[in-house]
Design a protein around this ligand. Structure first.
Ligand SMILES: Cc1cc2nc3c(=O)[nH]c(=O)nc-3n(C[C@H](O)[C@H](O)[C@H](O)COP(=O)(O)OP(=O)(O)OC[C@H]3O[C@@H](n4cnc5c(N)ncnc54)[C@H](O)[C@@H]3O)c2cc1C
Length: 318
């Protein structure tokens, strides 16, 4: 079958590689210039930053990454792919036909059980496919599903996310901060996560910090100007070290509107009755392990995206 996968994040690439391994003709359409989605790495003139997902949680799910031949190293009580987070998606996407810079705007179906057409934002026909897998964050997936599968769109539309403001800052000199990372669960300061990028294993040298705000602070400041938000996050980093920081030589802000899923769908994926259109992502959480009510929360994020992408592949070709 000819199958289109929309999105080259963890879920889309996991889905596409499972479909390609089963012998299908798969094309991955990605709106950004590179793979990774929220598990990407941002390159700047000052060096690279893991500006989305910073680290991978430990757990048995990591064994599923073994066939990828990734190098994983320990940092801040979690694991990081070496030399960058995006290595995970580069490995997941190896050998796949990934078309970057292609934003899908519409999924059009003529009748049940026939092929599905896809259109880009400027109305260009991207072709006809036997199956389409949508793997954007749930609110974006809901928009794409609205025409062809309104019922699936409504279910995806119920999923809730927390936003995350992220500041990326670099300095010419090493800062006097005597820690390489800081994690704050209680939300006592704006900073939920801060990390000296060069302290992560296998990274290039240079004083670069990624500072991520907690969900409440991020939501309260969601409409604010990125430059101001980034300055405030750097100031908050300075307070953690008990002294103001010098002005950074590079300061960027990234507003993740849909950073982490907080209220997922309790299904492994969504698939239309005729199996032509499906959707999945980190918003399709696997059910909690029996007797372990905390397992679902632990599994959200990258592990959920990986499982959901694979579940969607299996469901589409069942
Ligand atoms: C700041 C932050 C911190 C995080 N921390 C952690 C953590 O500590 N641990 C953890 O496990 N997870 C964490 N996560 C979450 C984790 O990154 C995500 O759960 C996971 O990467 C989601 O993968 P996905 O494939 O489901 O979605 P995405 O990564 O969002 O991939 C979807 C892809 O679809 C593309 N796309 C969207 N719309 C279209 C369209 N119309 N046409 C074409 N392409 C489209 C997007 O560009 C994107 O590449 C964090 C995320 C953020 C942002």
């Amino acid at each position: 079958m000819r199958i289109a996968v929309i999105g080259a994040g963890v879920a889309g690439l996991a889905c596409a590689s499972e479909l390609a391994s089963a012998g299908h003709d798969v094309v991955v359409l990605e709106s950004s210039r590179s793979v990774g989605g929220r598990a990407a790495t941002r390159r700047t003139e000052a060096g690279a930053f893991d500006d989305g997902c910073p680290l991978l949680a430990r757990g048995s799910w990591l064994l599923e990454l073994a066939p990828l031949g990734l190098e994983l190293a320990c940092f801040a009580e979690r694991e990081t792919p070496v030399p960058s987070m995006e290595t995970l998606c580069v490995a997941l996407g190896a050998g796949l036909d990934v078309r970057a810079g292609v934003r899908v705007a519409r999924i059009v179906r003529a009748a049940r059980g026939t092929t599905v057409r896809i259109e880009s934002g400027d109305g260009i026909d991207l072709g006809a496919f036997d199956r389409v897998a949508v793997t954007a964050p749930a609110p974006r997936s809901a928009e794409l599903l609205a025409d062809g599968e309104p019922d699936l769109a409504e279910r995806a539309g119920r999923v809730l996310y927390a936003p995350c403001w992220t500041a990326l800052a670099a300095w010419d000199e090493r800062l006097a901060l005597d820690f390489d990372w800081h994690r704050e669960a209680a939300g006592a300061t704006p900073v939920a996560w801060a990390c000296r990028e060069s302290a992560k294993p296998g990274r290039e040298p240079g004083e670069r910090w990624t500072v991520q705000a907690g969900p409440l602070w991020s939501r309260a400041r969601l409409g604010d100007d990125g430059d101001i938000v980034a300055r405030d996050l750097v100031a908050a980093l300075g307070l953690l070290g008990h002294e103001p920081l010098p002005p950074p030589t590079l300061l960027l802000a990234h507003r993740w509107r849909f950073a982490r899923c907080v209220e997922p769908l309790r299904e492994p994926c969504l698939v239309s009755e005729d199996l032509c259109i499906g959707a999945a992502g980190d918003w399709c959480a696997p059910p909690p392990a029996p007797g372990d009510p905390g397992a679902l929360q632990e599994g959200l994020g990258v592990p959920a995206a990986l499982h959901a992408g694979r579940a969607l592949a299996r469901a589409l070709i069942a």
